[in-house]
Design a protein around this ligand. Structure first.
Ligand code: S3P
Length: 172
């Protein structure tokens, strides 16, 4: 495999979990942009949103993505759910590697993330409504960025990983 595998999709779609599984199964390293930002900043994403605002976080995402796009080694890259919204990020994602969009329905997101306190965008009165709105706003950006789309609502972590590997096999 010459290109990295890039995982995109809404919060809760399993980018990080499937990414770790792929990393283990394929024996290649994994990078998670949210985790890198937290490590570099020394605070959580939630704290960044609260203290510096969403726009500053988006700047950090783009800056990190440009750095990752310059690196040549093959790996799994999992990015935050909002990354593909910016046009320049979409170009950078393509530059990073083969992009997989893990698509899921709003109800599945809601079920998976009920009670989660780490996603600042979902700390509101009507999280399901917020999920619906954001997904609707973002779906074109996700689809535009993707080389492959996998519907993950009913799939286990290993089943999603299998689909990714099948797509790559078919390509080679
Ligand atoms: C965000 C998704 C989060 C994180 C931040 C914003 C978004 O990442 O980057 O809370 O805008 O959808 P995950 O998709 O890994 O939860």
């Amino acid at each position: 495999m010459e290109k990295s595998i890039v995982l995109i999709g809404f919060m809760g779609c399993g980018k990080s979990t499937v990414g770790s599984r792929l990393s283990y199964r394929m024996r290649i390293p994994m990078e998670d942009t949210d985790k890198i930002i937290e490590r570099e900043q020394g605070v959580t994403i939630r704290e960044i949103f609260a203290q510096k605002g969403e726009e500053t976080f988006r700047e950090m995402e783009t800056e990190l993505l440009s750095r990752l796009a310059e690196r040549k080694c093959v790996r799994i890259i999992s990015v935050g759910g909002g990354t593909p919204v910016r046009e320049e990020n979409r170009a950078l994602l393509k530059k990073c590697g083969t992009v997989f969009y893990f698509r899921l329905k709003p109800e599945s997101v809601y079920k998976r993330l009920k009670g989660d306190t780490t996603r600042p965008l979902l700390q509101c009165e009507e999280p399901l409504e917020r999920i619906r709105t954001l997904l609707e706003q973002r779906s074109v950006a996700y689809e535009e960025s993707a080389d492959y789309i996998i519907d993950v609502d009913e799939l286990s972590v290993d089943q999603v990983a299998d689909r990714v590997l099948n797509c790559l096999d078919r390509k080679m």
